[in-house]
Design a protein around this ligand. Structure first.
Ligand code: FAD
Length: 308
């Protein structure tokens, strides 16, 4: 029986683990790997206390910080993914994909989010063969090439800005008339003569041989189909919270984020907290995930003492 089970080894999970161990709560952290989403980022410039750090180094530091507290108050359960959480009287049972069960008095969900995948013919076939979900990781493979970015939000425009530094041209394809990105970001990117945007487009198909060589879309206004030659397609169409495994126990919002009380990070079920990108917090960043988790831990600690 644990006091607390933490789910996820990203910034939120790591912060929660450190605080829980230091408060001497008997804690388990269930994690597939250390570091979370920004592990793939070549450089992070806003992790407070460092002027720049690679995602890989950030992950190593988070891992070191967790393992420093490994012992009677913190047990890392590595290579595990939570499958569901069930209530058992006053306690919670976390079942994992590998078939194990762990019981605790409280749970903190810090399972983050994943990239929304492109739905078009052959999009799965060409993933990592020209279709990529990480410009920072794969962009430099496309130096001096004509590339496509899919998505008209901030992520799409920021990816375009990054690629414009070294690609021959960047064509951004967006599904509707109005971009979702901030006007100032859109304006700056549109000033670059190597940039072009196509609006009101439905992506139909990706074609290629071993590697992508074209993308076909339909203009929603004219119903006409167009094919563009390219070897690189960067998809930036949003994030999906990793919350399907808690949908039967806590309240989720209309986009499946865990609804939390912003004062405490507690979910709709007393005894379950959530922090970071899996929550309905308005903004998501590494530093925010960490702060959310610390707030949750402070609250969980008091709650655990009151509910002995
Ligand atoms: C390419 C990229 C670059 C970024 N750059 C920056 C940046 O420069 N600055 C910044 O502040 N933010 C950046 N972000 C955003 C930042 O990474 C996130 O806000 C942050 O990682 C959220 O932390 P988290 O702990 O909530 O979730 P995550 O980092 O998503 O971690 C969640 C962890 O939970 C695990 N998990 C998922 N499901 C389960 C389950 N069922 N059971 C157990 N574990 C599970 C996942 O494998 C993952 O390891 C970037 C994101 C990306 C994708």
């Amino acid at each position: 029986m644990y006091d607390l089970i933490i789910l996820g080894g990203g910034p939120a999970g790591a912060a929660a683990a450190v605080y829980a161990a230091r408060k001497q709560l008997k804690t388990a952290i269930i994690l597939k790997e250390y570091g979370g989403q920004s592990t793939v980022s070549p450089t992070i410039y806003n992790w407070i206390g460092t002027t720049e750090i690679s995602g890989a180094d950030l992950a190593t530091n988070l891992k070191k910080h967790i393992l420093y507290y490994k012992g009677p108050f913190l047990e890392p359960l590595e290579g595990e993914l939570a499958k569901d959480i069930k209530k058992d009287g006053k306690h919670f049972v976390v079942n994992t994909e590998s078939g194990k069960s762990y019981t605790s008095r409280a749970v903190l969900v810090a399972t983050g989010s994943s990239r929304r995948k492109l739905k078009a013919i052959n999009a799965d076939t060409f993933e990592n063969k020209g279709i990529t979900y990480c410009a920072s990781c794969d962009g430099p493979l496309f130096i001096d090439q004509d590339v496509i970015v899919i998505g008209g939000g901030n992520a799409g425009f920021e990816t375009s800005a990054q690629l414009l530094a070294y690609c021959k041209s960047v064509t951004l394809i967006h599904r509707s008339e109005k971009f979702r990105a901030d006007e100032i970001t859109v304006k700056k990117v549109q000033e670059n003569p190597k940039f072009k945007a196509i609006k009101n487009a439905d992506i139909l198909r990706i074609d290629g041989d071993k590697f992508v060589n074209s993308i076909t879309y339909k203009d929603k206004k004219s119903d006409k189909e167009y094919t563009i030659k390219t070897n690189g397609i960067f998809v930036e169409i949003g994030q999906i919270p990793n919350t399907s495994f808690v949908k039967d126990i806590v309240d989720l919002d209309n986009i499946n984020k865990i609804i939390v009380d912003p004062m405490t990070q507690m979910s709709s079920i007393p005894g379950i907290w959530a922090a970071g990108d899996c929550t309905n917090g308005k903004y998501h960043q590494n530093n925010i995930a960490v702060g959310d988790a610390v707030k949750a831990l402070e609250d969980a600690y008091i709650w655990l003492h009151k509910n002995k």
